[in-house]
Every structure is written in C-alpha cells, then in structure tokens.
Ligand binder design. Structure first.
Ligand code: PMP
Length: 401
C-alpha cells in the first residue's frame, strides 16, 4: 500500500488544462483560444526580434551564471520600476519604491500575498468577479482571506461600476483591493479614466491598500504609458500601494518567468524595511530568481534603440489583435440573423474577449467545433488569425442559439 494512498486527484487547471485537451484533439480545424499567449497570423508562437537581439548581445558579452542577489538583478529592478511609474516619478527619486524581482506575475503576486499574510494577518483581499482564476489559488495558498467585488454586468456585457464601488465601500477598512492595471482578465473591460478617479476616491476614503496586477502593460492600448495610467494615478495621489508586474505577454517571455513586485511606500525608511522583509520571505521559498529574463528586460528597456524597437513590435502585436477583433465582429454581425448586438466585442480591450457564452455553450464550442476556450466564455484573440474568424463566428452563433 502506498503511503500516498490518501492523495486525491487534483482537478485540471481551468486554463492550462485547456491546452492539454487541445493537444489531444486530432481534428485539423481545432483552435486553441484558451491560454492567453500571442500567436502570429500563422498561429505560431512568436519570439520578439528585440529579444533575439538582446540575447545575441548577452551571448557576445559571455556573461556568467552566478547567483543573483535575493532581490534580483539591480539593472532590471531599476528599469522595471521606471517602466511602470515613469522614469522621473518623484517616488522613485525619493527612494519610496521597494522593487524585488519575482517569478513573473504569478510569483510576484504570491510573494506579495505572503507579505500580506505575515504583516496583515487580519486583512482581506478583494478580487473582482470574475477575475483571472489563479488569483483565488494564490490567496488561498498564501492563507489570505478574500472576497469578491462586483465587476462584470452580464446584461450590458460591460462594467458594473455602481456594484464595484458599493462593494469596495462595504469591505472592511484597510482591505487589499486587487485591481487589474489594464486589460482586465477575463472580461477585457477596463474602467474609464474618470471611473479610475472614483475608484481611487473610495479606496482612499476606506483606507484600503491598492494591489495592482499589471500583466499587460503595453498590450491593451499598444502604449506602455497609456496602460500605466491607473497605477500612476494612484501614486500621484500619494497612496501606498503594491504592484505585481509580468513580462510574459508584452515581451513574450512566458517561459522565462520574469516580473517584479513593487511596494510604493510613503517614506524611504519604511521602503527599506519592507524590501528587507520581501527578501526574507523569498529566501526560503526559492532563494533567488533566474537571471536570463531579467537581463533581457534590462537590455531592451535600458537601450534606447532596442526600447524603441520593442514599442514598435508591441504595437504590431496589439494591432494584429485589434484587426482580429474587428474581423470577428464583422463576421458575427454579417452571419448572425438574430439581431443580437455584438458591439461589446469591439469595446473590450487586450488579448481577450468575454463572449457571454455559458459553460454548456462553451462545451458546445469545444465538443462540436473543436474550439478550445475557458468555461467562463473567455476566448483569447491573441490565438486567433484573420482567416479563422469566419469559422469561429459560425461556432459562436451555433453555440448561442
Ligand atoms: N495576472 C493576470 C491577470 C494574468 O492574466 C496573468 C497571465 N495569464 C498573470 C497575472 C501572470 O502570468 P505570468 O505568471 O506568466 O506572468
């Protein structure tokens, strides 16, 4: 008898499990719109040219593979905070930002959650309904209690702004409010700048601590600065806050696990102490982070020529997704005779579209049409090509009716 007899089977991950099912499907029409990973028009994975250039430089320099410090690569930590907040943001100059390199967005969120659990054991995290599924796992495993605030309104396929504000107001003072910096996952629906102002008002009033998840900077609008608007607004107001960053999508560094956690504090001595404790938390978990992705980011962001090239490539990626979004909308509008208004697809931004398909309808998409997607009705437009839009429109219309 095995000593592990009592171990039950864990359920497949709702997002990564979709890729596994896709691989097993032998139908040639199959389409993987599950995971949010950018594909070319030929539906192939894409390594950015600036990444290849940076890697070539790194190879030529013959850099070593010594351990990084616990907090990560200094050159990376510097540029990542600057990219997020703007290079001449006063909080950077005043030493009020503690930046620690993390294991991409997920690892950065997890490290910050461990910090919350240790220093705010009474506090609750507030997450949007719906949100990226892993948020719940992260807070559960870090033993941070969480509850949801209203976000998505199925009637308008838009933002339930009143509900969101009411729920943030009703939460216990001093909660950690998890906010998607831009390109909300899974809905693709972001607050407007005016709405962000009002969210900041309530957060301030309630003494909450904003906890931004920034996984798509540059990918929502095509502009790095525009996509950092929400975070910068809260910083400008003098709020203390947390930000988890990821370079999986905007630099296509999915497998390098490169990101960061930033704490913006109100005084530099507090910042130093916070940083020391983040290091204390990281050391027994993974000791120190991997170097390769950090060097790529530091080289690309730190070199004006490569930085400009990156921005162009990012605009191209964001642009391709916008074309696909438009084509899908056109196909649906032309083919569907029911009079349904599909304009919500055009209003959503970023990699995803939240279709409003329920679980049974999403199952029909997969079982009948070989379209793989998450069961909450989310499709990744980054995994769609112009030439497959018509087929997808047929599948969606069939599944709805
Ligand atoms: N947060 C959100 C909202 C995401 O969509 C993702 C990527 N799917 C992440 C964080 C983190 O991804 P990674 O760990 O690859 O950076």
């Amino acid at each position: 008898l095995s000593r592990f007899e009592g171990v039950t089977m864990a359920p497949p991950d709702p997002i990564l499990g979709v890729s596994e099912a896709f691989k097993a499907d032998t139908n040639e029409l199959k389409l993987n719109l599950g995971v949010g990973a950018y594909r070319t028009e030929e539906l192939q994975p894409y390594v950015l040219n600036v990444v290849k250039k940076a890697e070539k430089l790194m190879l030529e320099r013959g850099e070593n593979k010594e351990y990084l410090p616990i907090e990560g690569l200094a050159a990376f930590n510097k540029v990542t905070a600057e990219l997020l907040l703007g290079a001449d943001n006063p909080v950077i100059k005043q030493g009020k930002v503690a930046t620690v390199q993390g294991l991409s967005g997920t690892g950065s969120l997890r490290l910050a959650a461990a910090f919350i659990q240790r220093y705010f054991p009474e506090a609750k995290a507030l997450i949007s309904s719906p949100t990226w599924g892993n948020h719940k796992n992260i807070f559960n495993d870090a033993r941070v209690p969480w509850s949801e605030y209203r976000y998505y309104d199925p009637r308008t396929v838009g933002l339930d702004f009143e509900g969101m504000i009411a729920d943030i107001k009703a939460a216990p003072d001093g909660s950690f409010v998890v906010l998607h910096g831009c390109a909300h996952n899974p809905t693709g629906i972001d607050p407007t700048p005016e709405q962000w102002e009002k969210i900041a008002d309530v957060v301030q009033e309630k003494n909450h601590i904003p906890f931004f998840d920034v996984a798509y900077q540059g990918f929502a609008s095509g502009s790095l600065d525009t996509d950092a608007f929400s975070v910068r607004l809260f910083v400008e107001r003098g709020l203390e806050l947390l930000v988890a960053q990821s370079y999986s999508k905007n630099l296509g560094l999915y497998a390098e696990r490169i990101g960061a956690v930033n704490f913006v504090c109100s005084a530099s001595d507090v910042t130093d102490r916070v940083k020391s404790q983040l290091k204390r938390l990281a050391r027994p978990m993974y000791s120190n982070p991997p170097v390769h992705g950090a060097r790529i980011v530091a080289n690309v962001v730190g070199d004006p020529t490569l930085f400009d090239e990156w921005k162009q490539e990012m605009e191209q990626m964001a642009g391709r997704i916008k074309h696909v979004r438009q084509r899908l909308y056109d196909s649906l509008s032309q083919k569907d005779k029911s009079g349904k208004d599909w304009s919500f697809i055009l209003k959503q931004i970023g990699m995803f579209s939240f279709t409003g398909l329920n679980k049974a309808q999403s199952d029909n998409m997969t079982n009948k049409w070989h379209v793989y997607m998450t069961k909450d009705g989310r499709i990744s437009l980054a995994g769609l090509s112009l030439s497959k839009c018509e087929y997808l429109a047929d599948a969606i219309i069939d599944s709805f009716h």
